[in-house]
Design a protein around this ligand. Structure first.
Ligand code: C2E
Ligand code: MG
Ligand code: MG
Length: 641
């Protein structure tokens, strides 16, 4: 190609040729070439001067030939331009359509392209991005806007040192956004010509991920850490305590009387109570401790870095006091207490499971000691608990081998001490003669269902014995039998009783069934229906242990009952507590208004008897008159009347 033409193709602004016909084109080109020629002359640059040997005709011929070629090239160029425009528009549309912020650099860190989202990410203008996205400005910007801005600077350094590598990182913006950042080299053939960075806002994803994680590790009701998190944190804390020589205390708390709240006031109130209790417990601990909800009404505190046992007892004390304060829920004033069991690392063990089990055992001990107190784990407790476990296993044999017997405690009139009835109380006599009281096995039997065959035996034995006494007993004599909640769930309860009464030819009025308030609350409608049916048959119904739960005198009138037994705990305090005296005398008064007889349980002293007499209590039962005794001894008492 002619050197001037070459220059023209390289240097000339081709857009100036748009829309010209060949004629006009030639004029433009020759003008341009003339200007080049003039330039060359004045520069006296010999190498670029066209050959002087061409005649004007030859030159114009050559020029015409070049013009044809030139026109072809122009057409090709126009096609290429069209293709480029198309690619550019595709690129721009793609850049703007993507959900990622994109920025493209060349090898000299100059911004080649970016999209709107990228500018939005940093709150910059397009010009700012194009002109300043480098050096100190970038450093300052990243530090200002991103918590871990250093992380991004590190990524940039990495990509500078390793241009062919991909880089990736998670950025946490100071406004809360989580942004995933990916950087890849940009290739032209096999040559790296720059880098593309993309930023993606994954805040939503991150949040739902964190929410899922939070849910897996927290209790939905109280928001407290759950068992899984406790286990993990305990493992970590124990490892660290081992390393630093610290002690850790595990406080296992079980709310006393929570089941009763749930049963009487409903689960909604129970749930609110749990939340309030959790909040109070949380206020008792330090930042470094952990409070978890372990089960229904069970909470565990892991007390870290225990310096002295005094700190532990102080915390236990604080917890007990915090929960003793009344709770106000839905216009009800609720009182609960808590029993706390404590185990300590390293004294009692070094594994989470073992420490929790020990604290749980100590908590049971606290319950047995009258609730609302704390107890430390001791090795003897483990022996006691294994004793309980073995009792559970032996219960089955006890039924098969008929190791149970009944003793009877008289109920007498407050005035004159006349025997008007007895209460049948079960005893388990082991083959070695050891007697196990009901408190030690009834709950276990209720848990594993063995209470049903046991109760069947009690019913038959008590009814058989009552029929034996019938001849010697006064006409209003009753034999009271304690019931278990499980019996109300059996549809044949009434039928069975009727059959037994018929078998032993005992009038129904000689039998009194003792139920507790919580049994009624388990399923109020069913229990009331069954009680009414039993009463129609002539069987008497008594409410046992009245006053120990959330007793409400109000609902008593809706219950078909004949007798109310005031719990021993009130009777014990009669002498010392004015409040208990007022309470007992109110219960007696209201019961009489409703036509219900009142029995005071656990009367041990003459003073108590006298006070109860003054309060017009109908009957008493207690060691003061007689402990539970054998049926033969009752027979003797009856004959002596
Ligand atoms: P409960 O029905 O309230 O029986 C009264 C308990 O108080 C009896 O304990 C009795 O021995 C005790 N007691 C009576 N007077 C006095 C006193 O003056 N001082 C003291 N300290 N205690 C007194 P026991 O026989 O150990 O029975 C405990 C509980 O076991 C009973 O409480 C009852 O709930 C349950 N139970 C007993 N026998 C049976 C049974 O056959 N079936 C069922 N389901 N439960 C039973
Ligand atoms: Mg009873
Ligand atoms: Mg009782």
């Amino acid at each position: 190609m002619h050197p001037y033409l070459k220059k023209l193709v390289q240097n000339y602004d081709l857009t100036r040729l748009d829309g010209l016909n060949v004629q006009q084109l030639l004029v433009q080109v020759s003008e341009y070439m003339e200007s080049l020629e003039t330039q060359d002359h004045s520069n006296a640059d010999a190498s670029n001067v066209p050959s002087k040997s061409l005649s004007p005709e030859e030159l114009s011929k050559a020029l015409a030939a070049q013009a044809v070629q030139f026109e072809r090239q122009l057409t090709q160029l126009a096609a290429v331009k069209l293709g480029l425009d198309d690619s550019l528009s595709l690129l721009n549309t793609t850049l703007d359509a993507t959900n990622d912020g994109l920025i493209v650099f060349d090898n000299h860190h100059k911004v080649v392209a970016h999209n709107q989202l990228l500018t939005d990410f940093f709150g910059l203008t397009s010009d700012e991005v194009e002109d300043h996205f480098v050096g100190q400005f970038l450093k300052g910007l990243l530090k200002r806007t991103i918590h871990n801005g250093d992380k991004l600077l590190e990524l940039i350094r990495f990509t500078n040192d390793n241009p062919s590598e991909k880089a990736q990182g998670l950025l946490h913006f100071k406004d809360g956004r989580y942004v995933e950042c990916v950087s890849k080299p940009r290739f032209l053939g096999h040559r790296i010509v720059g880098r593309v960075w993309s930023l993606r806002d994954i805040t939503d994803l991150k949040q739902s991920e964190e929410q899922a994680k939070h849910q897996a590790y927290h209790d939905t009701l109280t928001g407290l850490p759950n068992r899984a998190l406790l286990q993990e944190q305990m493992e970590r804390a124990l490892a660290s305590a081992h390393h630093h020589g610290h002690r850790i205390a595990i406080l296992f708390m079980d709310l006393d009387g929570f089941k009763y709240v749930n049963d009487t006031l409903g689960h909604d109130v129970g749930d609110i109570l749990l939340c309030h209790a959790a909040k109070r417990l949380n206020e008792c601990i330090r930042e470094i401790d952990l409070l978890a909800r372990y089960g229904g009404d069970e909470f565990i505190i892991m007390m870290n870095e225990v310096h002295s046992m005094k700190d532990v007892t102080e915390l236990a004390d604080t917890i007990i006091k915090a929960l003793e304060r009344p709770f106000f829920i839905h216009s009800e004033t609720l009182y609960i207490t808590t029993s706390v069991g404590i185990s300590v690392y390293p004294n009692d063990g070094n594994l989470p499971d073992g420490l929790i089990r020990d604290a749980d055992m100590a908590m049971y001990h606290a319950k047995a000691k009258g609730r609302n107190n704390f107890q430390f784990f001791a090795k003897e407790l483990a022996v006691l608990s294994s004793h309980r476990l073995s009792l559970r296993n032996k219960l089955k044999t006890a039924i098969e081998e008929k190791q149970f017997s009944l003793v009877y405690q008289p109920k007498v009139t407050t005035k004159g001490s006349r025997i008007v009835g007895v209460e049948a109380l079960i005893r388990w006599v082991l083959p070695d003669g050891q007697i196990i009281p009901p408190d030690e096995f009834i709950t276990a039997a209720e848990d594993n269902g063995l209470i049903l065959p046991i109760s069947d035996w009690v019913f038959e034995e008590a009814i058989r014995q009552a029929s034996v006494w019938l001849a010697d007993a006064p006409s209003d004599f009753t034999v009271a039998i304690n019931m278990s909640a499980r019996q109300f769930q059996k549809p044949d309860l009434v039928e069975k009783l009727v059959a037994l009464l018929a078998k032993y030819q005992l009038p129904a009025k000689c039998i009194e069934l003792e139920i507790t308030e919580s049994m009624v609350m388990d399923d109020v409608e069913t229990v009331i229906r069954i009680l009414a049916e039993l009463r129609r048959l002539g069987i008497q119904i008594a409410i046992d242990d009245f006053g120990t739960g959330y007793s409400s005198l109000g609902y008593l009138k809706s219950l078909p009952i004949d007798c109310l037994k005031i719990d021993k705990t009130f009777v014990d305090e009669l002498h010392d507590s004015k409040a208990d005296r007022a309470l007992v005398s109110t219960i007696i008064y209201l019961s009489h208004v409703m036509g219900v007889k009142v029995v005071a349980e656990g009367v041990e002293t003459a003073e108590a008897l006298q006070l109860l007499d003054e309060m017009t209590c109908d009957l008493i039962q207690g060691y003061y008159f007689s402990k539970p005794v054998s049926p033969d001894e009752i027979s003797v008492m009856l004959r002596g009347m």
